[in-house]
Design a protein around this ligand. Structure first.
Ligand code: HEM
Ligand SMILES: N[C@@H](CC(=O)c1ccccc1NC=O)C(=O)O
Length: 263
């Protein structure tokens, strides 16, 4: 066994193929920024799925360990935007044209992460009509209970009064705010000593949402400095679209409970 053989570097390092002609110096940065993101997304998904499986098996400690790794991956991905931010609008404009209609909308791993975190939207499957393997992967993420679904099921098994219709909801649909969950969390946050495991997991989920939001925010800010408010290659309005994504929340009741806590 050798270093390059074990890591299959031949395959990995043959996969950066700029298409601008003549080749633009900065296209390599653009490709590597995306490829490294996709590699980390692969691990992030692997760990998120493990966290879901552990929760389903009432194994809270290993689930929390997997989530700790997920959070560090997200922090690395957020930091990584600073490398791409060295790409100036002038430089990007010189090869943006070769990207055609390609865009981050088509990242099937990103879509799967959003789905596992609970931001489900079956309509997004059609983006992958031309790629059955990618579509099957995203469909699996759509159809499996989200991380939040698994956590609420675990809480119910542990005796917390989670409303029954939440436990057998259609997990392929987006989560919508449930006011009747807030008192369940309010009890956990009011008596943390008696509910430590649940309390700790709630706070891990809040951290996780924070880290995803920071990634989205840095994407938006990088996009603003590179293309201003031009439309996206994927057909969206561009920065206004990305700004709206910042209003999404995976675990709305975990934020609502904060308002309810007594002073
Ligand atoms: C010059 C750099 C970049 C620009 C100007 C840019 C711009 C955009 C725009 C405008 C959108 C909205 C879709 C569209 O209409 O195209 C988008 C979506 C997206 N981009 Fe980027 N992006 C850049 C870099 C990246 C990188 C490095 C990644 C990492 C993989 C990435 C991942 C995504 C993802 C996952 C979406 C879909 C977001 C969603 O559906 O909420 N982008 N990007
Ligand atoms: N949406 C970007 C293009 C872009 O960033 C992109 C193009 C091809 C493959 C991945 C991309 N990344 C994220 O959107 C733009 O509008 O310039």
């Amino acid at each position: 066994m050798s270093y390059g053989g074990y890591l299959d570097l031949e395959t990995l390092l043959a996969a950066q193929r700029p298409i601008s002609d003549p080749e633009h110096h900065d296209e390599l940065l653009f490709i590597i920024q995306h490829q490294t993101t996709e590699l980390w997304l692969k691990l992030l998904l692997h760990e998120l799925r493990a966290a879901c499986d552990h929760l389903a098996d009432d194994e809270l400690a290993p689930a929390l360990k997997a989530l700790a790794r997920v959070k560090h991956i997200l922090k690395t991905l957020t930091e990584q935007w600073s490398v791409l931010a060295t790409l100036t609008p002038t430089e990007y404009a010189q090869f943006r044209g070769v990207l055609g209609n390609a865009s981050g909308f088509q990242s099937y791993q990103y879509r799967a992460v959003e789905f596992v975190l609970g931001n489900k939207n079956a309509k997004m499957l059609q983006v992958f009509d031309a790629d059955p393997a990618a579509q099957a992967m995203v469909r699996e993420a759509l159809e499996r209970p989200s991380l939040y679904d698994e956590f609420l099921r675990l809480l119910a098994r542990a005796g917390y009064p989670i409303p029954a219709d939440i436990l057998d909801r259609d997990v392929t649909t987006a989560w919508t705010f449930r006011a009747d969950l807030v008192p369940v969390f309010a009890e956990i946050y009011a008596h943390t000593d008696e509910h430590w495991a649940a309390y700790e997991t709630c706070e891990e989920l809040v951290d996780l949402e924070d880290d995803v939001q920071l990634w989205r925010f840095r994407h938006l800010k990088t996009v603003e400095r590179i293309i201003g408010s031009k439309r996206g290659t994927g057909g969206s309005s561009g920065s206004p679209f990305l700004k709206r994504a910042l209003e999404l929340t995976f675990f709305p009741e975990l934020f609502a409970v904060r308002t309810e806590l007594p002073e």
